[in-house]
Design a binder for this molecule. Structure first.
Ligand code: DGL
Length: 265
């Protein structure tokens, strides 16, 4: 690549995709590890939730939105949605072998490395838990930790509404977590990118002795590594920018994106 072209590619934005607002939890981690990069975030709230849809439909939607981000000039893509990753990332890698592409998956590995022998609940969408990719991931760590999958239909909708601490949410989570019977649990993996936004509420219900794992920070570090490997990191010294787009293109939706991005800061 000639020098000018290379520099242009390095200054291009990173595309981040999710079915809605959840991927903003990953975007926050991306900005922490790559503060000089520009980001374009796209959330498909019109078609959310993805987690209760058939695989083919999720794959088709994900490919379409990732291709749109590429048309917008993205130099690399983060699929900041566990559900979309299980349905579409393998196909996308075949379609675009040169594209730096990172998909998030439930952080079972860090839990297994940190807490061998532990009893770990994996909270995720019904679709993520049904997928072969998840079964393979579980099988890989089954001899190290005891994994309890917990499908959470309806949970992402609280975040999509911007409800992160209401009474209905408390009631929903208390009922959901009471379904985990048997021995006490040691940890919870947040296997959906919407769930880090309700992390405090989950922690308050299960207590501080339970460790919560989020795949966002590892995904962000992996994207940085992949861009570095391809010499695509932005060399500028100024702080990068973040642009939000949503298929439900209303001012309220974009405002909610911004407030989730700043949540707890
Ligand atoms: N945020 C998505 C994930 O990480 C799923 C939410 C949905 O059901 O669309 O799995």
């Amino acid at each position: 690549m000639i020098a000018d072209e290379k520099q242009k590619r390095q200054s291009a934005p990173i595309g981040v995709f999710d079915s809605g607002m959840g991927g903003i939890s990953v975007l926050r981690e991306l900005v922490k590890v790559m503060p000089h990069e520009d980001f374009i975030y796209f959330g498909d709230s019109v078609n959310a939730p993805y987690g209760t849809k058939p695989t083919d439909q999720i794959r088709e939607l994900t490919i379409r939105h990732v291709e749109n981000l590429m048309k917008e000039g993205a130099k690399g893509i983060v699929v900041a949605c566990n559900t979309a990753t299980s349905a579409a990332v393998a196909v996308l890698r075949k379609m675009y072998p040169k594209l730096p592409l990172v998909g998030i998956e439930p952080a079972i590995k860090p839990a297994a490395v940190e807490r061998p022998g532990a009893r770990i609940v994996v909270m995720a969408t019904p679709m993520t838990i049904r997928q072969e990719k998840f079964c393979r991931l579980m099988a890989r760590y089954e001899d190290k930790i005891h994994i309890v999958p917990l499908p959470c239909p309806g949970l992402m909708e609280f975040v999509e509404r911007g409800d992160l601490d209401g009474e209905d949410l408390q009631e929903y989570l208390t009922k959901l977590l009471s379904q985990v019977d048997g021995e006490p649990i040691d940890g919870i993996v947040l296997g959906c990118t919407h769930y880090p936004f309700v992390r405090e509420m989950i922690q308050s219900i299960v207590g501080n002795s339970v460790t919560i794992y989020d795949g966002g920070p590892g995904t962000a570090r992996e994207m940085k590594r992949r861009l570095g490997e391809s010499d695509l990191l932005n060399k500028k010294q100024e702080k990068g920018t973040v642009k939000f787009y949503n298929s439900r293109n209303t001012e309220e939706e974009i405002q909610l994106c911004r407030s989730l991005f700043l949540h707890g800061k």
